[in-house]
Design a protein around this ligand. Structure first.
Ligand SMILES: Cc1cc2nc3c(=O)[nH]c(=O)nc-3n(C[C@H](O)[C@H](O)[C@H](O)COP(=O)(O)O)c2cc1C
Length: 196
């Protein structure tokens, strides 16, 4: 049994929902999990208490959450000294074309460049369109973006694009990585085959 912390930045709730599912999946493998919203400073945790770390961030206007950058900056040494993984949540990951795939890769590259953290494991999941949570202007903007991206422009309902099987296989892979010692046989967290 290992202890995992899942720290996430979520504006409209989809990354929080994914963090919750990840916790359930890890729990069912017999692990202990703690979820932390990085926007909530009252829930600051000491990573020293955990065996492994997952960080999740959604994308808004081409950027990851500032609160996630802050969390990684403040905890980088503790993140890097234990098995670690990063998951990104965006609309681009819900779209299967070359330009969307390029965006997904650019967001990840920028995150690594800006944060300086090279996660052991990385995943990119489709997010959601939560028209019910947007104000008027955001709803109109997202409707226009969705017309090109997914075609889902009915603002009277929400749309979810997360592929839960993909989430499950990321969790299985990360859990197996931690259960097998997290690459600690060689340099911790640095083996290239663990990068995706
Ligand atoms: C105002 C706004 C801007 C967004 N910008 C992008 C973007 O630049 N690229 C992208 O792929 N997805 C974008 N999205 C989609 C979000 O990443 C997606 O809705 C995700 O599920 C949000 O996760 P959260 O609910 O955890 O915040 C945007 C969504 C909103 C509401």
């Amino acid at each position: 049994m290992s202890s995992f912390v899942i720290a996430y930045g979520s504006r409209e709730g989809q990354t929080a929902k994914i963090a919750e599912r990840i916790a359930e999946m890890l729990d069912s493998r017999g692990h202990e999990t703690t979820r932390v919203s990085v926007a909530d400073r009252r829930s600051d945790v000491s990573l020293a208490d955990f065996d492994a770390v997952l960080v999740g961030s959604s994308i808004h206007m081409g950027k990851h959450a500032k609160t996630v950058y802050r969390f990684v900056r403040e905890n980088r040494a503790d993140i890097e000294s234990r098995p670690n993984g990063f998951f990104q949540v965006s609309l681009s990951s819900a779209v299967d074309d070359e330009s969307a795939r390029a965006h997904v890769a650019e967001y990840i590259d920028e995150f690594i460049r800006e944060s300086g953290w090279h996660p052991d494991k990385i995943a990119a999941f489709g997010g959601a369109l939560r028209y019910s949570e947007y104000g008027f202007l955001t709803r109109m903007m997202m409707k226009r973006i969705a017309a090109d991206a997914t075609g889902d422009t009915d603002t009277s309902r929400d749309y979810e694009y997360t592929d839960w099987e993909e989430v499950e296989s990321f969790v299985a892979d990360f859990a197996a990585f931690v259960e097998s010692g997290g690459g600690s046989a060689d340099t911790p967290g640095s083996s290239p085959e663990n990068r995706e």
